[in-house]
Design a protein around this ligand. Structure first.
Ligand code: PRX
Length: 646
């Protein structure tokens, strides 16, 4: 992280969208920030007008810290807002362009999305799904993933999408925690040309769970799969039997729209609960102003629908705005490393939203690859998921955006639901590496341990001081953890994000990264404790600790320090086995880059692992005073081992 901090401190250049861009922008009134501050509730009430309500709310906000209710007594439906309300004017407009890894493609107009979603919703009903049932969706990047989400929303069944790349163990844990009786999956999908047997992973996960009623299976890869009689149903079979008329459920503003599992500082992922009304208001307006979505845009967000970015800015935000959304199934380097650029050229993509890790990878591959393609359709670029270093920002701006596209660096989280800190391209000048300023109506502060605002230039905790519509409502089944994690540091009315940040003399915000035991590997959020639990579940392992190590491309990579059981011989095979074990337990994204065998871990005299010291060892920084350790000699030993391959 240090390099990123240092380089951001040095970055002074300021860029601004062109005058013509600013003139046409959806939001170009610089007073919007002041207006939102002066009349906080009035501001959110006015942007809520962009949503269609069956029954209008009678109160904007009820704030009983840390619980908020937004748009009280309003009733609405998310799928109606994403689809039905556009049909009269945009029925034949393309809603989804899907490109498969094998260059096969499918498109859905808004009319077609309507019919597919209604049928899917009726299929769910046919299988017994009722309003309030949590449905787990375990699908890769195929249109049915979006359709399934919207179908759940249509009938008032909260969805819980589990990233398709998570392992069967991770799926089982999330299905169980959510208490899902229904799971939507597919036969398989291709990743870098290799078949992933998604149905088999699903079957293995569900084997240990008793309460599964039905598994709805999308046929995507023509993979021959095992079917459990009475439980498993093909989507293409049931699709033919159900009607396409499915009136949308009238949902209360505060009814749960979905759960999204994310990593925290304990071993167990938490199911972040999002509401319907507030979430839709927040994602609709942020997509409209940050991405400047227009009717003729082709918008592409490269995230996976299995993460919050895919929820808010592939599915809900863009479709609420009636946009054309591109979805790509596969990898950026399949079959060649210019796949993204050929997609942009082929479909005339105008707005492109990706992660810094991807940008740094493209830099490594070289600017000759984008230069081979006509990227002139692009008019706005976005970045999300981890701090973007100025060098990557500038490369993106120059080589992808041809120095004419504003770059919006958007800071937010699974818990915030919507973009919280960002430039507004029609208003704010940008500095490479800074997420700029809070979205109108969002109040951010940078605080010290005691909750005092830190002076300009100093680092502190990134905190949010006022509620916002799309905020996390609770953690599914764990209200205590909800309060403890986010609302206990300075009292129950200030949200603790877990990130560090600082402001510069112009008031620009620079996000510095996580301050807790959450790490971001290629922008993917993982808890070190989760990885530690999976390492210690291996019979050869007595003790394990995991730290993030700075990485030029991925931001951070995982280093696992492992103390083996007595008599287990160390070997390179065992290292590989342990890496593979973590992949089996969590998924390929959690694969440690290095395993370090240790005789012991740095510990206090009372036997607690000294994380601060381990973090310093991992990143070759000053570990502070180590003389109080029970075993100071391990510091040098571990340092030698971890930096052996540098
Ligand atoms: O550390 C911050 C980082 O990603 C974390 C949230 O991860 P997740 O819930 O998976 O959501 C990712 C997509 C919104 C944050 O706590 N993060 C996200 N965006 C940025 C960022 N760090 C710096 N700059 C960003 N733009």
């Amino acid at each position: 992280m240090h390099e990123i901090i240092e380089s951001s401190l040095a970055e002074e250049r300021v860029f601004q969208a062109s005058k013509s861009f600013r003139m046409q922008a959806n939001m170009n009134d610089p007073d919007i920030y002041k207006k939102a501050e002066e009349d906080f509730e009035g501001f959110w009430a006015s942007v809520a007008e962009d949503i269609d309500w069956f029954e209008k709310w009678d109160k904007v906000l009820e704030w009983k810290p840390p619980h908020s209710k937004w748009f009280l007594n309003g009733s609405l439906n998310a799928s109606y807002n994403c689809i039905d309300r556009h049909l009269s004017s945009k029925g034949d407009k393309t809603a989804i362009i899907w490109e498969g890894e094998m260059a096969n493609n499918r498109t859905f107009t808004y009319n077609e999305l309507f019919y597919s979603t209604c049928r899917f919703a009726n299929a769910l009903k046919e299988l017994g799904v009722q309003k309030g049932d949590i449905v787990t969706i375990y699908l890769p990047m195929i249109p049915e993933a979006v359709i399934a989400m919207l179908a759940c929303a249509r009938i008032g069944a909260p969805h819980s999408v589990v990233f398709a790349g998570f392992s069967q163990e991770a799926l089982a844990q999330r299905v169980e925690d959510a208490g899902s009786k229904f799971v939507i999956t597919c036969d398989g999908y291709y990743h870098k040309g290799k078949l992933v047997n998604q149905k088999e992973k699903t079957d293995n996960a569900l084997e240990k769970l008793d309460d599964i009623e039905h598994v709805l299976v999308v046929n995507h890869a023509a993979n021959s799969v095992f079917f459990t009689e009475g439980r498993d149903v093909w989507w293409h079979d049931i699709e033919k039997q159900v009607d396409y008329e499915c009136p949308p459920e009238h949902m209360d503003s505060e009814d749960t729209l979905f759960l999204m599992y994310t990593s925290g500082t304990t071993g167990k992922p938490k199911g972040v609960v999002h509401s319907t009304g507030g979430y839709l208001v927040g994602t609709a307006i942020s997509a409209k102003w940050v991405f400047d979505l227009k009717d003729d845009d082709v918008y592409w967000c490269t995230a996976d629908v299995g993460w919050i970015t895919g929820h808010s800015y592939i599915t809900y935000g863009p479709l609420l705005n009636g946009a054309t959304v591109l979805m790509y199934e596969g990898a950026p380097d399949y079959p060649e490393k210019d796949r993204f650029w050929s997609i942009i050229e082929n479909y005339g993509v105008t707005i492109f939203y990706t992660a810094p890790t991807a940008i740094r990878t493209f830099m490594k591959w070289g600017e000759q690859l984008p230069a081979k393609h006509d990227l002139s359709s692009l008019r706005l670029l976005g970045s999300v998921g981890e701090p973007i270093n100025p060098k990557a920002w500038l490369w993106y701006y120059e080589h992808i955006g041809d120095k004419k596209c504003p770059v919006v660096d958007t800071w937010w989280q699974t818990e915030t639901g919507m973009i919280m800190i960002t430039p507004l391209p029609g208003i704010t000048p940008m500095k490479p590496g800074s997420a700029v300023r809070p979205f109108p109506g969002i109040e951010v502060s940078i605080l010290d341990e005691e909750g005092n605002a830190v002076p300009e230039g100093y680092g502190g905790y990134l905190a949010i001081k006022k509620p916002w519509p799309s905020m996390i409502r609770t953690i599914h089944g764990d209200e205590e953890r909800f309060i403890e994690t986010y609302w206990s540091k300075w009292g129950n009315d200030i949200y603790m994000s877990g990130d560090g940040a600082r402001t510069d003399r112009d008031g620009y915000i620079w996000v510095l990264g996580r301050l807790d035991d959450v790490i971001k590997v290629s922008g993917h959020r993982l808890g070190t404790m989760e990885i530690e639990s999976s390492l210690v579940s291996h019979p050869a392992v007595a003790e394990a600790a995991v730290e993030g190590k700075e990485d030029e491309i991925k931001g951070e990579v995982i280093v696992g320090y492992v103390v083996l059981e007595a008599d287990v011989p160390v070997s390179d095979e065992l290292k590989e086995q342990l890496k593979g074990h973590v992949v089996d337990e969590i998924g390929p994204i959690a694969r440690p880059a290095a395993i370090v065998f240790a005789r012991d871990l740095p510990k206090t005299r009372s036997g607690k692992i000294m994380r601060r010291v381990l973090r310093a060892i991992t990143n070759n920084t000053y570990p502070g005073d180590v003389t109080t350790l029970q075993n100071p000699e391990v510091v040098e030993e571990l340092k030698r081992k971890v930096h052996l391959s540098d």
